[in-house]
Design a protein around this ligand. Structure first.
Ligand code: EPZ
Length: 421
C-alpha cells in the first residue's frame, strides 16, 4: 500500500492543470446504459473510481476501453445486457448506484447491491428508490440487493419532490425519466454543476430535459436515445483543493482549466480570509499572503459551500490568526481528518456538526492516516504547510479522486513523493 511523503514548508509557485470531474464522469458513463451502440466520454479523469465503473459496465456485457492516457472512454452497449450491479463492485464505490435509473428505464429491470455504510455518513438511498417508485417501478429489497421491476417495461412520467437535495438521487431519477412515458417534473433537485453536465450529456443523446441547475427539472420522456459523445466538465473539487494550496501562507498558484463559476462559494471564502484571488486567462490565480484571517463556514448543497471542500478549507483555517467555526450540514460524520490534523499540531474541537478551529502559527510534520477521499487531500495540504516530514498513509483513498496528485504538486515546488509502504 502506497504512502505519500512530504517534506513541508516549501513555497508553491506556478500553474497546475485540472482533470475532468470524477463526479460528472461516473454518472455520464452510467448514462451509456440508456442507449444501445458506441458511446464516447471525453476528458474523463484517470482514477480508480473510473476503472471501477468500467468494470461494472463490463460485468453487464458492455465493452469498455480507454485511450492510453485514460482520458477518453469508449463504451459499446449491446442489444442485451445483464442488468445487475454486484456487491463486489458496489462495495468498492457507492457511486455505482447511478446505474439504477438507466437500467430501470432502458431494460425495465435492475438488480443493484445496496451500497452499505460509508466513513462520512449513513448515506441511505431512500430518495433514489422513492423516485423510481413514483415513476411506477416495483422495488423490493432482499439479501442486500435492490430489485426493480417495471410493469409493462416502461416507466411513467410523474411529479416527484425529493425530501432532501441529493446529487446522485437527482441524477438517477433524471436519467430514468428520460425514457418514461410522458412528462416528469422533479422538485427540490440538486443543482450541482455535475447534475447540469449530465443533463447536457443526456440532451445530446436526444433527451428533453429543462431546468438543470435549478430546483425544478422538467423531463419529457422519449421513445429512445442515441449514443453519447460528450466531454465532461473540469473537476471543481480538485481545482478547489489546488486553490486552497495556493492560499496557504507564502504560496502563489494558478489553477488552469477550472470554471470560476463553479467555485464561487469557495473563492468568496478564500477572499474573506485574505487570499488574493484573480481570474486569469484559462483559470484562477491565488496568492496566499501571510497568515489567513479566521472565518465561519457552513457547508450546503450547491451553490452553497461544498462539503467536499470542508476538510481542505479546515487546513487553511488551522493557520489563521484567530478562531473559526465550521458547520458540516450535509454529512453527519465528516470530521475524521480532525484527529489527524491535531497530530500535526492543529487546535480543533468538534461538537456535533460544528468544529471550532483556533489558528496556530505553524504545523509540524508527523505520520497520519487517511480515512476518506477529501480527508486525505486535506492531510496532503497540511503536510505541504507543516514544518518537517509528513507521511500520509492509506493513499488509496486519494487515488479515488485525484489523478497523480504528487506529480501535479511537485512542479510547483512541493517536496512530495509516493513510496511503496
Ligand atoms: C455526491 O454524493 C458526491 N458523489 C459526493 O462526493 C458529495 O459529497 C455529495 O454528492 C454532496 O455534494 C458523487 O457525485 C459520486 P447526496 P451523493 O445524495 O449523491 C442524504 C466526493 O468526495 N441522502 O447529495 O451520495 C445523504 O445521506 C464524494 O467526491 C438521503 O438521506 O450525496 C447526505 O446526508 C463524497 N437519502 C445528503 O442527503 C438519499 O436517498 C446528501 O447526499 C440520498 C441522500
Amino acid at each position: 500500500m502506497d504512502k505519500i511523503v512530504i517534506d513541508g514548508g516549501a513555497p508553491l509557485r506556478g500553474s497546475v492543470d485540472v482533470s475532468g470531474a470524477k463526479n460528472a464522469a461516473l454518472p455520464t458513463l452510467a448514462a451509456a446504459l440508456l442507449a444501445e451502440g458506441d458511446h464516447v466520454v471525453r476528458n474523463v479523469p484517470n482514477l480508480a473510481d473510473v476503472r471501477t465503473m468500467g468494470r461494472l459496465l463490463g460485468s453487464m456485457e458492455c465493452a469498455f476501453e480507454r485511450d492510453p492516457a485514460g482520458h477518453v472512454a469508449r463504451i459499446r452497449v449491446p442489444a442485451a445486457i445483464t442488468p445487475e450491479a454486484p456487491y463486489e463492485l458496489v462495495k468498492t464505490m457507492r457511486a455505482s448506484v447511478v446505474v439504477l435509473g438507466p437500467l430501470a428505464a432502458r431494460w425495465g429491470k435492475a438488480r443493484v447491491s445496496l451500497p452499505g455504510g460509508c466513513a462520512i455518513g449513513a448515506r441511505p438511498i431512500d430518495q433514489h428508490l422513492k423516485g423510481l417508485a413514483a415513476l411506477g417501478a416495483k422495488i423490493t429489497l432482499e439479501h442486500g440487493y435492490v430489485d426493480v421491476e417495471v410493469p409493462g417495461g416502461r416507466l411513467k412520467g410523474t411529479v416527484f419532490t425529493f425530501d432532501g437535495q441529493t446529487v446522485t438521487g437527482t441524477e438517477n431519477i433524471m436519467m430514468a425519466a428520460t425514457l418514461a412515458e410522458g412528462r416528469t417534473v422533479l422538485e427540490n433537485c440538486a443543482r450541482e454543476p455535475e447534475v447540469v453536465d449530465l443533463a447536457n450529456a443526456l440532451n445530446r443523446m436526444g433527451a428533453r430535459i429543462e431546468g438543470a441547475g435549478t430546483a425544478e427539472l422538467r423531463i419529457d420522456g422519449v421513445e429512445s436515445l442515441r449514443p453519447l459523445d460528450h466531454a465532461v466538465i473540469p473537476d471543481r473539487i480538485e481545482a478547489g483543493t489546488f486553490l486552497v494550496a495556493g492560499a496557504l501562507p507564502g504560496n502563489d498558484v494558478t489553477v488552469m482549466g477550472c470554471v470560476p463559476g463553479h467555485l464561487e462559494a469557495l473563492i468568496e471564502k478564500l477572499r474573506t480570509v485574505g487570499a488574493d484571488v484573480k481570474e486569469v486567462a484559462g483559470g484562477v490565480r491565488v496568492v496566499g499572503d501571510g497568515r489567513p484571517r479566521p472565518t465561519d463556514i457552513r457547508t450546503q448543497p450547491h451553490p452553497g459551500f461544498p462539503t467536499d471542500m470542508q476538510a481542505q478549507m479546515m487546513v487553511l483555517l488551522c493557520l489563521a490568526e484567530g478562531s473559526s467555526r465550521l458547520t458540516e450540514t450535509v454529512f453527519e460524520n465528516r470530521y475524521m481528518h480532525v484527529q489527524e490534523l491535531q497530530r500535526l499540531g492543529a487546535d480543533i474541537t468538534v461538537d456535533g456538526k460544528t468544529a471550532v478551529v483556533r489558528g496556530v502559527p505553524a504545523l509540524s510534520g508527523a505520520p497520519v492516516m487517511a480515512s476518506d477521499l477529501r480527508a486525505s487531500a486535506a492531510l496532503v495540504l497540511a503536510g505541504l504547510a507543516a514544518k518537517g516530514t509528513t507521511e500520509v498513509q492509506r493513499v488509496y483513498h486519494l487515488d479515488r479522486g485525484y489523478e497523480r496528485i504528487e506529480a501535479k504538486l511537485a512542479p510547483l515546488g512541493a517536496r512530495i513523493t509516493r513510496v511503496k509502504a
